[in-house]
Ligand binder design. Structure first.
Ligand SMILES: Nc1ncnc2c1ncn2[C@@H]1O[C@H](COP(=O)(O)OP(=O)(O)OP(=O)(O)O)[C@@H](O)[C@H]1O
Ligand SMILES: [Mg+2]
Length: 114
């Protein structure tokens, strides 16, 4: 499974990039997190303000075609990148089982959209 934690404003870009390489199935969650910098610090007249939970967007994708995993990672990097701190992280993990709840229709009766 490929889990990507990206900037929320890059979600549409990343979805478009993934669609181009044939990846549609994904779970999207709006999350909070922090990385190496431990959030953001602002200096105001009232003193220093630390925001240590930043809004991020998590995309989880089970990619059944193994040969597409590296391509998906590269695509996410390409489409999510700004080059500034906070661009996100990508985690690749093994999946034990991935079960579709709706049964497959018999061969020959399947339309491309199914
Ligand atoms: N070690 C970690 N474990 C789990 N989630 C993490 C970890 N590091 C970062 N994240 C998640 O990734 C999000 C984005 O992190 P971020 O891009 O700031 O990582 P970073 O390591 O600080 O890299 P950069 O230096 O580019 O900012 C965080 O808000 C958090 O949700
Ligand atoms: Mg960071």
């Amino acid at each position: 499974m490929v889990t990507a934690i990206i900037r929320p404003e890059k979600l549409q870009n990343v979805k478009d990039g993934l669609k181009e390489i044939g990846i549609n199935g994904m779970t999207i969650t709006h999350v909070y997190g922090r990385g190496k910098q431990g959030g953001l610090k602002f200096t105001t007249r009232a003193g220093e303000i630390v925001v240590d939970e930043l809004e991020k967007t998590k995309i989880e994708m089970v990619i059944e075609d193994d040969s597409l995993v590296d391509k998906a990672v590269d695509t996410i990097v390409e489409y999510a990148k700004t080059g500034k701190p906070g661009d996100g992280r990508i985690i690749v993990t093994p999946v034990e089982r991935f079960v579709r709840i709706r049964p497959e229709p018999p061969k020959g009766e399947q339309k491309p959209s199914e």
